[in-house]
Structure formats: C-alpha cells, structure tokens
Design a protein around this ligand. Sequence first.
Ligand SMILES: *Cc1c(COP(=O)(O)O)cnc(C)c1O
Length: 371
Amino acid sequence: MTRHFNFCAGPAALPEAVLARARDEMLDYRGRGLSVMEMSHRSSDYVAIAERAERDLRELLAIPDNYRVLFTQGGATQQFAALPYNLLGAGGTANFVQTGIWGSKAIKEARHLFGDAVVAASSEANGHTAVPRQSEIELSEDAAYLHYTANETIGGLEFDYTPGGAEGLRRRDGSEVPLACDMSSSILSGPLDVSRFGVIYAGAQKNIGPAGLVVAIVRDDLLDRARADMPSLFSYRALAEAGSMINTPATYSWYLAGLVFEWLKDDIGGLVAMGASNDRKASKLYATIDASELYSNPIAPVNRSRMNVPFVLADSRLDEAFLAESEEAGLLNLKGHRSVGGMRASLYNAVPEAAVDALVDFMSDFEKRRG
Ligand SMILES: *Cc1c(COP(=O)(O)O)cnc(C)c1O
C-alpha cells in the first residue's frame, strides 16, 4: 500500500492515524460485534461516541459554557440559508464582508431568501487580494448580524483579525451586532477565541473529518432569534434541544470527526502546536514561491492563507506538465479551482510537514528543469 501526499481542497486529507484506527474498529467496534456505521444513533454506545466528540471539541477550542455545539448536515452551503433563518426572526438585515467566492455565495442565498443583504465591506476592488480593514466595515443601522468568511478557500485569502475585536461590533446605539463566521477551511488550524463570535460554522470535509457533517457553534442567547417559517431541521434551537439528533445524524462522519479531535489532542498536543506546525508549513511554501521566477501568488502577505495556497506558473503552457509530473511524484490534487485555474496546494491540519517538504523540492526541481 502506498499513500500519496494529498493537497486536495476538500474533501481533504485525513490523518493517517485516524484512518488506521477507523480501519481497526471498522468491522467490530470495541467487541460490540458491529461497525459504528451499523449502530442506532440512539444506542448508548453511539451516544457515548457523539458526546465524547463534543467534549473533545469543547476542550480543543475552549468553547465557553454559554455556547451550544451542533453536529448537523447539508454542508456549509446549507448554513448560508440556515443562518439568516435563525438570526433574522426579530427583523433587521444580514450584513456581509465579501472577500471571495464563498462569501459571495452566502450573500446570494440571503438575497434569494430574504430579498435584502448589505455588503458592509468588500475586497472586490482589489481583486480579493487583501481583506477590508476594520475601519472600512460599514454596518447598516438595522444590521441583525455580520457574516464573514475567515478563510476564502478558493482565493487563498485569510483574515488576519477578527472583525469587532475584543469589544465586538456595535450599532450606533451601543447594542451588539453578533458576528457569524464561515470557518469551513480554517477551523482548528490554530487557537481561536470563540467568545468573540455569535455563530461559527464549518463543513467538516476540510479540517474536521469526512464530508456529510457540519459543525455549528452557537451562542445561547441567539437561539431565540429565529424566524417562525423556517424548516425545522434548520433550527439551531431544535438541534440544540435534540442533541443534534432531530433525525438521523451523519453518524459515521461524526464518529470520525471525534477521532480527529482525539488525534489533535493526544497526538498533536492541541491547537497551539497545530497552529505552529501550520505556520511552518505555509511559510515554507510561500518562501519557495517568493524565491522563484516561475511561481507567484497575488495575495497581500498579511492575508495569505495558511490553509490554501494558490499559485500560478509564469508560463501557463507549463501547467499540464507541472500537474502530470507532480502526480507522478506522488503529490496529488494540485490543480487550482476550476473557476480560477493555476495551482492550489491545500495544507490542512492532516497534511504533514513532510508533504510540504516534498512539494517544495518538486517545485524547485521543476523550475530548474522547465522554468
Ligand atoms: C468548502 C466551503 C464551503 C462549501 O461547503 P459545502 O460543504 O460543500 O457546502 C463553504 N465555505 C467555505 C469557506 C468552504 O471552504
């Protein structure tokens, strides 16, 4: 068996130790004589798996007690709809900071459902190469919440600050505007102060586990702001009250997410260590890009994503050879998103430093031979 280095943007690499453990437990989960996949989600064994996953995630992110952790479905894309349904019940308008394709999709969905969405700041004018600064965010007076995308997975653009800072976002009358964040491609990549957020959500398939699961972290007091006309499966309150089991949850993905949380705690040593490793990985790759004549990345250095590194070759006629030869060298999924072309290397938690070492060696060698 050979496992190659996988730089896929999502569904993405999983830690080998997690896959090995899942393999060992696959046919017979701890002597129960069945697979986790075959268990009732109401069984005491499964409920223990689910509760352990939540406990470990709470510990990793130091999630305060006044936040609920939800394990739901429908991808991050479903949250583009669920979030406004849950937060617009008292009226007001959804506000957005737009920094790329995912944030734009969230805006489009809010407009589609509720006709109105305010772009409080956008990096469109600079081609989404630098995020708007705090002072450029202009909330509408009726802002019900502000949504942003912490890391734009396709553009490779990451916020270097949390909007609102430690004081939070305020309307002119001093009342708080809750912050909602799509953290699909950066959650768990380093330490995080959850208390600054009203809602955090993330599709699992980048940094949490397999596809089919979404983790949402919701501050208690926001459970009362939902619209009455919402599909009941979207309801944060209903999910919270049912322990995320209104209906059958994505049981196996939830179990695997739990194994990833254990791996982060026990094998990696927590999010400070994970963050340091991610910094090293990204620095190595950006240094290689910056030192070369062949490769380039357009993002302002402070906003360069640690998780997704897009780059183009000076001569796009070399793209095909780059992709064919990198795959030959065991470096998988370096092709850029279909909407932007070029290359993209995603360096999520489960991508080991050795993968980045192999990639930068390949890139330097390719440039020597073909550049
Ligand atoms: C991948 C991604 C999404 C879409 O996730 P789905 O689970 O496919 O709906 C949304 N936002 C960001 C930032 C992403 O990286």
